[in-house]
Design a binder for this molecule. Structure first.
Ligand SMILES: Cc1ncc(COP(=O)(O)O)c(C=O)c1O
Length: 443
């Protein structure tokens, strides 16, 4: 970054600090990952200079000779990777990709049906206060008390509400989705079925999570999570989708541009292409397997140490910890772990007695750690660190005579975390672990 250093030292320094922060901390937010240097180079290339509204050979601007070849190449890679007849690689991110699908096939006010937030759904799946519920009528399904998706409830709700689209997707659900069940339910009511595989796309490519492609009409995915690419997204139309509506892929293309987007971000599209190339290598299968092995060991070790997990475990890259038996809020544990250089996020749990801003859980993921080559031993060590932090927080909380309600107060929470003496000690151990597993080029 020698040019950046000379031209803009302020931005240069901030990037350097963030670089160091990533190197010195454990990336355990399940939606984050470490893209390769080749992906970074494509993203930082001259492609960002080019405008090219439209699609290959159908642009509104001149000068797209190489841009067209590039987008066509990335589309072909996406189609091959997911065995689909059509792919749109222009969505700027996962949220606009989902909204584009809705606008492609629905009229304003039509009914959409996604998983509710507290059950592990994403905002764009019809959550209150989002465009997905403002411009469409959203009815939502959920999980049972034990945290597993309630397929019987989903079937009954679909029969009653007759949604035009059912969204099969999660953002904080650790178990396999049962694509066949979703497809039977959608077919019974004549609904489109969309799988948003933002979190699990890389696991599907690695063959360690079942693919929804034979069962659904449309797939959306981000490219920056388990796919380990740049920020961006893709919309895939399946054979089944084209059978339902031969114009489906065309409708989706139109929904992206002129529907909701303008000029494509060709630098990111190139980065997506590089990631897809990298992900097609056999090494990526090993990586995917290790992500899941790591999550399982993390889950088992946490359970052994007395933690309750939503659904009791995991099939995927993430673990959702229910902190109610620890009598601590997700905020407190996430902030304490952050100080100990373990970066995770607070998260709601199904039927959470606490509000979304002060939830009863934390969400942990293994893709970022696995990109650093950490394996089972390190997962056991990390579960041990988290256990020590949580039991020390419990002791400090008793000493300070704080209630769960007190934890919602920022100052009181800060006092609780800062008086928990073990945190800086764990931080040192985490730093040493990070040093042993440096961020190298992930490809
Ligand atoms: C399942 C799912 N869909 C969509 C999105 C939105 O992606 P983005 O943040 O790129 O808009 C996310 C983000 O975490 C997600 O988990």
């Amino acid at each position: 970054m020698k040019n950046l250093k000379k031209t803009d030292p302020a931005i240069y320094q901030l990037i350097n600090k963030e670089n160091k922060r990533q190197a010195d901390t454990l990336m355990m937010i399940p939606s984050e990952n470490i893209a390769s240097k080749a992906v970074e180079e494509a993203m930082g290339s001259c492609l960002g200079n080019k405008y090219g509204e439209g699609y290959p050979n159908r642009r509104y601007y001149q000068g797209n000779e190489y841009i067209d070849q590039l987008e066509e190449l990335v589309i072909e890679r996406a189609k091959k990777m997911f065995s689909v007849p059509a792919a749109n690689v222009q969505p700027l991110s996962g949220s606009p990709a989902n909204f584009a699908v809705y606008t492609a096939i629905l009229a304003p006010g039509d009914t959409i049906m996604g998983l509710n937030l507290s059950s592990g759904g994403h905002l764009t799946h019809g959550a209150p206060f989002t465009a997905s519920s403002k411009y469409f009528r959203s009815v939502q399904y959920g999980t049972n008390k034990d945290g597993w998706i309630d397929y019987d409830g989903l079937r009954k709700l679909a029969k009653k509400e007759k949604p035009k689209i059912i969204i099969a997707s999660t953002t904080s659900y650790a178990r396999f989705l049962e694509w066949k069940k979703f497809s039977e339910i959608a077919e019974n009511v004549g609904a489109y079925l969309m799988a948003d595989i933002a979190h699990i796309a890389g696991l599907i490519v690695a063959g360690v999570y079942p693919s929804p492609v034979p069962y659904v009409h449309i797939v959306t995915t981000t490219t920056h999570k388990t796919l380990r690419g740049p920020r961006g997204a893709m919309i895939l139309t399946t054979v089944k989708g084209l059978k339902k509506d031969p114009d489906l892929a065309k409708k989706i293309d139109k929904a992206i541009i002129p529907g909701i987007q303008g000029g494509p971000h060709f630098n990111n599209i190139a980065g997506i292409g590089v990631a897809l190339y990298e992900d097609s290598n056999a090494k990526f299968k090993t990586y995917g397997r290790q992500i899941i092995k790591n999550a399982r060991i993390l889950a088992e070790t946490l359970k052994k140490h007395g933690f309750n997990l939503v659904t009791g475990g995991t099939d995927s890259h993430l673990v959702l910890v229910d902190l109610r038996n620890k009598e601590l809020l997700g905020n407190t544990v996430a902030e304490a772990c952050d100080l100990a250089k373990i970066v995770l996020n607070r998260n709601g749990i199904p039927f959470d007695p606490n509000p979304p801003f002060y939830p009863s859980g934390v969400r942990l993921g293994t893709p970022g750690l696995t990109s650093r080559n950490m394996k089972e031993k390190e997962m056991r060590d990390i579960a041990g660190f988290i256990t020590k932090i949580v039991s020390a927080l419990q002791k400090t909380k008793t000493k300070l005579k704080l209630s769960l309600e007190d934890e919602k107060n920022k100052d009181k929470r800060h006092a609780l975390v800062s008086q928990t003496r073990i945190i800086p000690i764990i931080a040192k151990q985490v730093k040493a672990l990070c040093k042993k597993f440096p961020i190298k080029d992930s490809y």
